[in-house]
Design a protein around this ligand. Structure first.
Ligand code: FES
Length: 106
């Protein structure tokens, strides 16, 4: 697994990521939906497994699920699982904080 630095500090991350506002992150050729909730930060693949809509255009609900803006499928951002098992799981990317930044594992 390759670890890629995405933020230099926690403060930079918090400034860039408003709570409950998903954001598109492009790393190389990958499109990743990055989000921050009251429980922390998570990263999942940006492409909805139902029909490919960009999940970073979606919203988060009180259960910590990202809701696809096209047909409303809901994915748990920690497990990637779709709530109604209507579509395949999303890829979930690990995140870690180390001395000099916040990293995503690809
Ligand atoms: S494309 Fe996401 S629910 Fe259909």
């Amino acid at each position: 697994m390759d670890w890629v630095k995405i933020f230099s500090t926690k403060g930079q991350m918090e400034e860039a990521l408003a709570i409950n506002k998903p954001r598109l992150l492009i790393v190389g050729s990958r499109r990743i939906c990055l989000l921050r909730t009251e429980d922390g930060v998570a990263a999942v693949s940006d492409s909805c497994t139902h029909n490919g809509e960009s999940l970073s255009k979606g919203s988060l609900n009180y259960l910590g699920e990202i809701i696809c803006p096209w047909h409303g499928h809901r994915f748990n951002v920690r497990t990637g699982r779709e709530s109604g098992e209507r579509s395949a799981d999303l890829t979930v990317f690990p995140l870690k904080t180390e001395g000099d930044g916040i990293f995503i594992g690809l």
